[in-house]
Write a protein that binds this ligand. Structure first.
Ligand SMILES: *Cc1c(COP(=O)(O)O)cnc(C)c1O
Length: 371
């Protein structure tokens, strides 16, 4: 599949040789960072809101303890998460971002030769963590309507399949997996395969058929939920996320972590964030309202955009159109994320930034650049 990043082996001579898995890796390309004040940073799906005062306060107070190691087990945070989720703390694993937790999952389950199935296009980091473990990525193309092709994902299962990743709502398309489809899928996956449901954007999902993943987890012990404080909670810079999985699995995930990888500052900020859920929900609602304003406006301007359940919109387009749109955005001081051969992802922010996006795209419409 030509839209999938292949990793080419290379050789370094005269020096201690890197593992081939490492030598062949391209560096991770993060979304461009804003350097100027009037730049609209819409490339990384971050929250555009400033940290909440109560959360900042917890960061400052935890700052006075940084000469000490953090609680390696993140006990208070796990207790609090378990209480809110209706699980036990034994089922909760906290790690350095949900990406850190995913790395623990792949490390705990995959050996060289094992296979990990995931949708594609999806989160850039999936092939990276799989490759680092020496395991094999099995990317399954999305359906033409941008949804997960669950039938083809089932058909891709082999004796070597150890993990399947579902991303709902999917990054970068924003398209969710409906509850009934996920339920049917879980009923058909072998119980010795771990199904990771990455819900990085779950707080933004408002559709009635949004999967009740905690209920599905209760019925399918091979399900592992992956969530983060980076997006709706606005703690991307602190690196903290968590998984919910059966107690025996969670114990293994915690063993696969580097000790002390989650700082006390991150733990306390996450704890304070859980106490501020109503403020978080109000912020999410503001983004959802913007999504409901911008998406129809772009469709009316001729763009074919799938219904997004995340804090971002997806414009599938040809490389030529992508380049033209990216340069128009760049000239206007707007950072968005381009994906070779696939399209452009635009993070939603406040009305002012979103209006700038709308202006650029509706102008493009008159010059015939459409997807
Ligand atoms: C942003 C994102 C994550 C990673 O979040 P961190 O918790 O910051 O590591 C995981 N999955 C998806 C799909 C994402 O978009």
């Amino acid at each position: 599949m030509d839209t999938f990043p292949g990793f080419n082996p290379s050789r370094v001579t005269g020096l201690p040789s890197l593992r081939p898995e490492i030598a062949s890796l391209p560096a991770y390309v993060p979304g461009t960072r804003a350097e100027e004040d009037d730049t609209a940073a819409l490339a990384s799906n971050e929250s555009h809101f400033n940290p909440l005062p109560s959360v900042l306060h917890s960061v400052f107070s935890a700052g006075s303890t940084i000469n000490r190691y953090p609680d390696a087990a993140s006990s208070s945070l796990r207790d609090k998460l378990a209480e809110q989720l209706g699980t036990t703390s034994k089922e909760v694993t906290v790690g350095p971002g949900s990406l850190g937790v995913l790395n623990q999952i792949i490390t705990a389950f995959c050996r060289p030769g094992d296979e990990v199935i995931f949708p594609w296009r999806s989160f850039e980091a999936y092939p990276l963590v799989v490759h680092l473990a020496g395991a094999s990525s099995i990317p399954v193309p999305l359906r033409p309507d941008e949804g997960h092709d669950l039938e083809s994902m089932l058909a891709a299962i082999t004796d070597k399949t150890r993990v399947i990743i579902i991303c709902t709502p999917n990054n970068p398309t924003g398209v969710p997996v409906p509850h009934a489809e996920l339920e049917d899928f879980l009923g058909r996956v072998r119980s010795d395969i771990l199904v990771v449901v990455d819900e990085a954007y779950v707080e933004y999902a408002t559709a009635v058929d949004t999967p009740d993943t905690l209920a599905l987890y209760q019925r399918h012990p091979n399900v592992c939920l992956l969530r983060t404080f980076s997006k709706a909670y606005g703690l991307a810079g602190l690196r903290i996320g968590y998984a919910v999985a059966a107690a025996e699995i969670s114990e293994g995930l915690r063993k696969a972590a580097l000790p002390f990888s989650v700082s006390a500052v991150a733990q306390q900020a996450a704890f304070a964030s859980l106490d501020a859920r109503s403020e978080m929900r109000a912020r999410v609602q503001a983004v959802v309202s913007e999504r409901e304003r911008i998406l129809p406006a772009l469709r009316a301007a001729g763009f074919n955009i799938p219904d997004s359940q995340g804090n971002f919109l997806w414009l599938r387009c040809t490389d030529e159109k992508r380049e033209e749109l990216l340069s128009a955005f760049g000239a206007a001081g707007i950072l968005v994320r381009g994906y070779a051969r696939d399209g452009i992802r635009i993070t939603l922010a406040d009305a002012k930034a979103n209006d700038r996006v709308l202006t650029i795209l509706t102008k493009q419409e008159s010059s015939q650049i459409r997807n």
